[in-house]
Design a protein around this ligand. Structure first.
Ligand code: NDP
Ligand code: BG6
Length: 499
């Protein structure tokens, strides 16, 4: 196993939400499980005026709400907190970066460690350029490749706003860091169930031979949430589901289920295959955008027997917002494996059920031995990969119901993580941060797959700007989404898996 090197993680925007909800809980769990390198230090860099102790207190409170391993006692936390520091700093102020440089030097000297530094950008994207310039101008990457040292940069989503801005951001990052030092986070890739798609496909002999257009009728990828926009109105109203979910998580799920087997299981080979797959998505013409995409925005409705407000009534959302909180689309992958197989993708907020799944439907029987009526009754075989909740995989087929009559009923063979492994899978951020410290880029988006995904998504956004915006809201909170989304799939004689 690759050894984890002593290092220093700098968290820009450490006073914020993500740091407290995801990053520190993941770091704490890794530390508690003994996955930290021998000498590892975390330093928060943000404007909010705090000293180390005050910052540690905010981390402690957050861990007790958000950590997989809660409750955490003060004694346990005390040992962890010796690794945690804070520098009150400004993102556009050279002296703040000099101070950071001084901190790195002093820790390296005091503990006799190499200057291995991980820069984690957990600020709003508007601050990224200042931070990258600050790091560069203060020569804080100059340690790289001297002896064994490394410097790495971690970028959160959203990675750009459209194709052009993503390209510019890439160029900016790559003017300071090398691609092998860049970790673009898509937290879906850190989910156990998403990693298991590869294991399911490539470590079993029985599935790959049928994983193609000869046997598969169509594939549905759904990421449905019952929560609304929450406290992220400012960000979400500019992004919409198309940028928030489709460009990143949904494209990564699509790539995971559809790529060719890589030559070897390493970061480059997997990401080469992903880029190749995403490049094969058939571009959508303006007409396709009209016919193959559906946008929605939620209205008032009922969820868990409680009334909920409409998107436009949410705190911070303009009353005339035309932002999409739901998107469904159909696409084709023009390659030998998938030619002719439609992929239906949908994602939205305030929907009836919280579930993320990939549903693979196999072709109908060519002929039924069970008579003319039987063929109508017999369901298509399917494999449902549930990413969350109730993580698992079910294979659905027909079986004869007991009795004197021939009656074929659908039955399921189910693999469920909890009952098979009796373990709660680690949070996606634990796995991703572990890999960042280790230096394994397999589960991170590369510059080219990010840009190819943006190219496809930007063509949809541009198409929408040339077509009439639907009258929003157009679906009730607590429903399965707009009727037009049913129309999209029903028109092909198929239905969404709303089980
Ligand atoms: P926050 O809005 O909480 O911002 C993080 C910190 O950045 C703040 O505490 C603040 O620190 C500083 N900051 C905020 N706004 C500005 C500004 N306009 N100019 C300068 N500094 C600012 O963001 P999150 O923590 O929610 O998210 C961080 C990153 O992670 C973002 O890119 C976000 O898109 C991404 N992300 C967040 C998720 C979440 O659930 N929160 C999920 C997935 C990705 P200070 O004022 O102390 O400097
Ligand atoms: C984030 C999106 O990336 O993913 C959120 O910004 C969304 O809008 C979230 O709610 C969903 O993640 P998960 O892990 O809860 O499926």
């Amino acid at each position: 196993m690759t050894e984890m090197k002593s290092s220093i993680m700098v968290i820009f925007g450490a006073s914020g939400d993500l740091a407290h909800i995801k990053i520190f809980p993941a770091l704490y769990s890794l530390w508690e499980d003994g996955f930290f390198p021998d000498k590892f230090f975390i330093v928060g860099f943000a404007r909010t005026d705090m000293d180390d102790e005050t910052f540690r207190k905010t981390v402690f409170s957050a861990l007790n709400v958000n950590c997989r391993k809660k409750p955490i006692s003060e004694d346990e936390f005390l040992n962890f907190s010796k690794h945690v520091f804070y520098l009150t700093s400004k993102y556009d102020d050279g002296s703040s970066y000099d101070k950071l440089g001084g901190f790195i030097e002093s820790k390296a000297k005091e503990y006799n460690i190499s200057k291995n530094v991980i820069y984690y950008l957990s600020t709003p994207p508007s601050v990224y350029i200042n931070v990258i310039d600050g790091i560069k101008n203060a020569n804080l990457t100059s340690y790289e490749y001297k002896g064994e040292n490394f410097s790495r940069i971690v970028i959160e989503k959203p990675f750009g706003y459209d194709y052009e801005s993503a390209k510019n951001l890439n160029s900016k990052i790559l003017s300071v860091f090398k691609e092998e030092e860049v970790y673009r986070i898509d937290h879906y890739l850190g989910k156990e169930t998403v990693q298991n798609i590869f294991a399911f496909r490539f470590s079993n002999a029985i599935f790959e031979p049928i994983w193609n257009n000869k046997f598969i009728d169509h594939i549905q990828i759904s990421s449905l949430e019952s929560i609304g926009v929450g406290f992220r109105a400012g960000y979400f109203d500019k992004a919409g589901i198309i940028r928030d979910m489709m460009q990143n998580h949904m494209m990564q799920l699509l790539a995971s289920v559809a790529i060719e087997p890589p030559a070897i299981f390493d970061a480059d080979d997997i990401r080469n295959e992903k880029a190749k797959l995403l490049k094969s998505i058939r571009p959508l013409s303006l007409n396709d955008v009209k016919n193959f995409t559906v946008r929605g925005q939620y209205d008032r409705g009922t969820l868990d027997n409680k009334p909920v407000i409409s998107y436009k009534e949410e705190d911070g959302i303009p009353a005339n917002s035309t932002t999409d909180t739901y998107v469904a689309l159909k696409l084709f992958i023009d390659n030998y494996r998938w030619a002719g197989v439609p992929f239906y993708l949908r994602s939205g907020k305030r929907l009836k059920k919280h579930k993320t799944e990939i549903a693979v439907y196999f072709k109908k029987l060519p002929y039924s031995l069970y008579g003319k009526d039987g063929i109508e009754k017999i369901k298509q075989n399917s494999i449902i990969i549930t990413i969350q909740p109730n993580e698992g995989i079910s294979i659905n087929f027909g079986a004869k119901a007991p009795g004197f009559k021939v009656d074929i009923e659908p039955v399921n063979m189910v693999f469920n993580y909890k009952s098979s492994f009796k373990l709660t899978p680690p949070d996606a951020y634990e796995r991703l941060i572990y890999d960042i410290i280790l230096g394994d880029q397999t589960l991170f988006a590369r510059y080219d797959d990010t840009l190819i995904a943006w190219q496809f998504i930007t063509s949809i956004i541009n198409g929408w700007s040339k077509t009439e915006t639907p009258v929003f809201p157009n679906y009730e909170a607590g429903s399965w989404g707009p009727e037009e989304a049913d129309g999209l799939i029903n028109a092909d004689g198929r239905n969404w898996n709303n089980a």
